[in-house]
Write a protein that binds this ligand. Sequence first.
Ligand code: OOB
Length: 544
Amino acid sequence: MSTAREHLPGCPPWPDDFARRYREAGYWRGETFGQLLRDRARDFGMHLALVAGTHRWTYAELDARVDRMAAGFHALGLRARDRVVVQLPNVAEFYEVVFALFRLGALPVFALPAHRASEIGYFCAFTEAVAYVIPDRFGGFDYRGLAEQVKAATPTLKHVLVLGDAGPHTALASVPTEPVALEGPAPSDVAFFQLSGGSTGVPKLIPRTHDDYLYSVRASVDVCRFDRDTVYLCALPAAHNFPLSSPGVLGTFYAGGTAVMALHPSPDVAFPLIERERVTVTALVPPLTMVWLDSAQAKRHDLSSLKVLQVGGARLSDEAAARVRPTLGCALQQVFGMAEGLVNYTRLDDPEQLIVTTQGRPMSDADELRVVDDDDVPVAPGETGHLLTRGPYTIRGYYNAEAHNARSFTSDGFYRTGDLVRLTPEGYLVVEGRAKDQINRGGDKVAAEEVENHLLAHPSVSDAAVVAIPDKFLGERTCAVVIPRGEAPAASALNAFLRQRGLAAFKIPDRIEFVASFPQTGVGKVSKKALRDSLRQSLSTPSP
Ligand code: OOB
């Protein structure tokens, strides 16, 4: 396998001197995910890799299934570097499909089950995807109709592969064939695309290579001490970076442990699984943590196997953090990460005070951090500023987004996270806020501009600004502030309009307010800060 193959067009590579340094220092070891699974199957083939629904697959079985699926994909005509939008819930087949694509060198684009025609249509068109993998139905939604709609609009899309009843499409179960020899990707090749939470009109795609992502998995496994005895419960959507690789299911496979899939993260589904499978670690976003804490008090299930609860994706309040150990009887680990790269963890043996009040420190000594003011000048130690980062697993640019990359990265390659942080004397990060135009709805990221653009397409909307309003449960909710054209439409009609345009449900505004004008900044732009402040004052009454 060569490591010097030409990079995928549109994916900014690390500069040669950095790549050389990362290889020499042993961060990038020239491994691929396809080979990793092969190695685990060789070393502990009979060990249980994956529990999902009625499936209980050993490493050997997963490995063999992946070979057959990869051969089937090849027989369908899929080739290295072809993009495949994967939108599967937390099922065993998620990993069968994704590892098969890895072995082929085809590139999964990780969509979330919540995405609808607007997002999926965009991912398929923008990546010129050749295939789209879906469940027949999930969460009360039929994905086959969505696929028909997207297929009709996307000339490159040749295959819709369905887990379950395929309808007019191809059954995923009909794909696997006898294994064939495949050349496979180089470690420096892009392995897949993650999605950015984003702050712009359309979601950005994040190219991650085998080299860089495997390093982040390996370092995460080290920090979180995953091993063969680890039983990891995947309760968050499998495609998200947190349960995928921090250390997540990929970390579990790296360590030779067992991953257990929960189709839904509610205590009703997750607690019986923890009890039955003796789960040792899992990952949640803050609102789910609150739900779990409340349910655990009823003590209807034996959760005593659980050693660590990881919480991340949005800011966990210090108060909720302090409740985890006394209520669940396990350690808390705060995780502050991003699909673009950098992941921070509190360490398992940190003093409780650091675990409860900070969002951890970088997993790697090679992560470079800068905390700067609006002019990119470093702030005084302990002051709050913009977090910039660079390192062996933080991307150097989004896929095919040259203009945006010029704004999101410094000229020397630091990623502008859009997060406002301060560093404690111990070198731990505390997330104090956000400078990016995004709403963090309990871990689900909503780019304001994306929703605004959809609102602006409505004939009765003259202007729109989407901002966060505080929420006890989710941390933040979305509020769309709208200047109507003529008579104001009903809020419910606007939301129905957004839904009809195929926007994921978590992006539909929680509240809509109509105003005659927006507060302006000095340079005549909408002042979202002033909007948020005035909403905070006026919204003491609940939404009708
Ligand atoms: C994770 O990844 P993304 O890409 O969905 O979102 C990244 C953004 C961060 O830039 C930050 O704004 C926010 O989510 N965030 C947090 C946080 N963890 C993420 N804000 C405050 N406190 C935290 N603990 O969300 C993600 C990726 C890997 C691991 C964990 C989370």
